[in-house]
Design a protein around this ligand. Structure first.
Ligand code: ASP
Length: 324
């Protein structure tokens, strides 16, 4: 009996400690882990929404870049982090392609995370360094046919969307280019601007200002319709790459076991951030679509992730691309 009483007292104490921790959460800064290098598209979105999220949570949401292996290093780190609400994670659709791409994945996207909500959907653009010897898509096609073995295509590692877009491009064009991996498309873009690499497929969250200012050459957008902010840039589909479509969805996660009350508060802060007029204006300028409100929810993200894992798994396995 005494043992029972002691056990009961101990579990009650633990329960009230946990409850107290939840009611005071957040009482110190929250790390928002980003799986790619600073300055790149995912980082741009994270830093944009961290500001209004910090305001509504009353604590700093500090972006932390944990780069490598196409985003899987950061996902592993978050999966193993303490589920106390002080570590959250912004990743894109790489979360759904990783299980098929990596044979020895150290995390399970469907078991190791709590879902906070979907964030934003972003198209991509196919770019070249400014002095690349092709002026339009037709010239690019001709050039790659005869000089493909000399051309480099930058990406952010296996499973990065720049990698997937590049794979799709090479397979539809029937060419094999030399791929050059970086820790994110931030550094990959610096290499393109510095003329150290030839081509890069990257999200509009980074590329729109560079296209508009003429610092890079653009050959097409990766969605079926032209973008309002770049009306003169044709789609890859309309230039002959039929059905070419890559639109990058993003989600926000926390480690499995993060208390539901904390997830609720994080979700509310994310919703506020996505309705912030400044965030809305900047994302619109960067041709990025804020997820519909009902999808900025744990269930919205879970459904999306499950259906994307089912969509990509067979495609990737058929292509036979993977890391040991
Ligand atoms: N564009 C991503 C980034 O660096 C990387 C990628 O998935 O290509 O934010």
């Amino acid at each position: 009996m005494r043992i029972l009483k002691t056990l009961l007292a101990a579990s009650l104490a633990a329960f009230s400690l946990a409850a107290a921790a939840q009611s005071t959460w957040p009482d110190h800064p929250i790390a928002l882990v980003v799986p790619f290098a600073a300055g790149g598209p995912t980082d741009v979105v994270a830093r944009m929404i961290a500001i209004p999220m910090s305001k509504s949570l009353g604590q700093t949401v500090a972006v932390e870049n944990a780069v490598g292996a196409g985003g899987t290093i950061a996902a592993t780190k978050v999966a193993r982090a303490k589920p106390d609400g002080y570590t959250i994670f912004l990743h894109h659709m790489g979360m759904s392609t990783a299980p098929a791409l990596y044979k020895k994945l150290q995390f399970d996207p469907l078991k190791d995370f709590e879902y906070i909500g979907q964030v934003v959907d972003v198209p991509m653009t196919l770019l070249a360094r400014k002095d690349f010897p092709a002026e339009n898509f037709a010239e690019l096609r001709d050039y790659l046919k005869t000089n493909g073995n000399k051309v480099s295509l930058a990406n952010a590692g296996l499973g990065a969307v720049s990698h997937l877009c590049g794979l799709l491009f090479m397979s539809q064009m029937g060419v094999e280019l030399t791929t050059v991996p970086f820790s994110g498309t931030g550094p990959a873009m610096n290499a393109l601007l510095g003329k150290q690499v030839d081509l890069l497929c990257d999200q509009t969250t980074q590329t729109v200002p560079l296209i508009k200012s003429g610092r890079v050459k653009v050959f097409g957008v990766t969605v079926p319709n032209r973008l309002e902010v770049l009306p003169d840039v044709p789609t890859l589909d309309e230039q002959g790459l039929k059905g070419f479509e890559v639109k990058v969805w993003h989600g926000m996660y926390a480690p499995k076991g993060t208390p539901p009350q904390v997830i609720e508060k994080l979700n509310a802060a994310l919703k506020v951030a996505m309705q912030d007029p400044d965030v809305k204006r900047r994302l619109t300028e960067l041709s990025s679509d804020i997820a519909p409100m009902d999808k900025i929810s744990p269930q919205g993200l879970k459904t999306q992730l499950e259906s994307e894992i089912n969509r990509w798994g067979p495609v990737i396995r058929k292509a036979g691309v993977y890391a040991d």
